[in-house]
Design a protein around this ligand. Sequence first.
Ligand code: SF4
Ligand code: SF4
Length: 369
Amino acid sequence: MARGRDPSPLERHAQALALCTYCPSLCRHACPVATAESTDTTSPWGLVSLVEHVRRGLVDLDDEIAEQLYHCAGCRACSDACVHDNDVEGVLVAARAWAVSRGVTPFPRELFERAPLVLDKIRRVDRFERRPAIALLPGRVALETTPRVIDTLLALCERLDVDAISCGEAAALDVGYELWYAGYHTEFVVQARKVHAALSGARELVVMSPEALYTLQHVYPRYGLAFEGALLHTSDLLMQLLGSAVVQRVNARVAYHDSCHLARHLDRVEVPRQVLRRVLTQPLVELAAHGRETWCCGATGCLPSTAPETARQQALAVVALCHEAKVDRVVSFSPECIAALRAVAPPGLRVDHAVTLVGEAIIGDTAAG
Ligand code: SF4
Ligand code: SF4
């Protein structure tokens, strides 16, 4: 690819690019990818400096260079650790989109494109209605890996008199987070329009995947596709439901793993904890890295597809935190985190969706999802 300054979308990020490039890498300690890979190349400083060098025409953008831009979990730990709150994730998303627009695609679009799930699969969950008033969006990972959690959530709603909630046609569609994150923005917009149309008529949307909720709440509006009803996460719904519920508290020592998107992108640190405290007898165990300082388990940011061994190392780091906290059970509100942690958890560590724990307390359902 020819060298030379390009009037690219990266110009909008000139200040963020300069901040990182001239910074002595002050957030390096917070980056789970650089830690797992033991290199500065994929630290926030390393990645953003690379983008700046490409922008200034000092480095040619080819597949090998662009591949490095996918060594990021989109966890935003760097931004939280940065005194400037520098938007590293935003810079990298823009850089990938710029590379894709110039035909530099180290990873093919198909890797991030999710075909609609067959509606039969969704109809198998307890409730299906084409266009429900309160739509439940479980997400692909929950439907494929923890379908029983979806049934438990719907059973909880029924027990607690929320009858209008149901999976609808939109549940078959992927919201397109990975397409957006990987820089395939033309394809993302096509997908987002389909999801937006399928959600028409819903007055409330309950989303199980934190990254999907982030995409719907913060990315869709940038393309004129804001959802007009109320957007809730599963933990928000449970918090509302548990207010008047009769609870048989569960006597277990349980730790909570915050998903990056839930804690940092969506600022939901307390609500999930309030739900868990409501159903536990013993105090909730906090991992050494928790809340907005949670350690990313590598489940998001396309990392499982673009750097699977790095993602695995990150999940192992969270398992090590559970070991250090001396718990044999950890729960999360993210289907993606649960899948990542279950893939590496030793036999002595049970990894559950928080809905499973709430199900135990309200309906006595003790089976893991
Ligand atoms: S995000 Fe902030 S702390 Fe990290 S390298 Fe950039 S300017 Fe420095
Ligand atoms: S978003 Fe997370 S993985 Fe990406 S550079 Fe920042 S700290 Fe590292």
